[in-house]
Design a protein around this ligand. Sequence first.
Ligand SMILES: CC(C)(COP(=O)(O)OP(=O)(O)OC[C@H]1O[C@@H](n2cnc3c(N)ncnc32)[C@H](O)[C@@H]1OP(=O)(O)O)[C@@H](O)C(=O)NCCC(=O)NCCS
Length: 191
Amino acid sequence: MIGHSVAYSRSVITELMVPSYANFGGKVHGGTLMSLMDKLAYVCASKHAGNYCVTVSVDNVQFLRPVEVGEVVSLMGSVNYVGKKSLVVGIKVVAENLQEGVSKHTNTCYFTMVAKDTDGSTAEVPPLILESEEDVRRFCSALQRRRIREEGVTFMNDYKAAFTDHFAVADLLQAERCILASSLIESTPSH
Ligand SMILES: CC(C)(COP(=O)(O)OP(=O)(O)OC[C@H]1O[C@@H](n2cnc3c(N)ncnc32)[C@H](O)[C@@H]1OP(=O)(O)O)[C@@H](O)C(=O)NCCC(=O)NCCS
């Protein structure tokens, strides 16, 4: 299978934030930005894969600063990592106030996409040709995030399987801002 460079599928979406994108607080709705990011991830992933792609997970979604109505948002996306059937698209979001000439970085996140054949089964994706140190750093960073995610899944599965009741986590809960209902406090430990 012939590989493609990162540049082959690198893409940008630029969009003016119109008033209909605002939430009740007058800022741009987070869901609007998520939708734009998902579209860009699809473009980059499908271009690299040469196939239809679906979104399977999103890492590191944080809205570091609010985006204002009237600002121009640019989303820059590139394939960071390729597995067998999945690929990771890294997306950087920058919002620019055209009148003041000021730009702010509002988010960088990572979409994991899976390629599908025309019959709907998962499909192998072409290798990624790394041409710069930045390409290598992003590929290796994605590998680390994948490793942490897989370890996190194992950790939580083990935790859930080992969880018994609130008596076993009394010390933990004491340090948190929660209030146990009296019905729980009066219940009998199960162990
Ligand atoms: C994506 C999907 C096909 C994966 O199915 P699956 O049976 O887990 O497929 P596989 O086990 O063959 O995994 C395929 C790849 O997806 C990756 N993957 C699966 N679940 C994942 C997850 N939760 N997070 C990240 N990667 C995941 C696997 O690691 C594997 O990667 P690799 O081939 O590079 O090693 C399936 O979960 C799906 O159809 N989800 C719905 C996607 C969708 O409709 N999205 C639109 C939003 S509603």
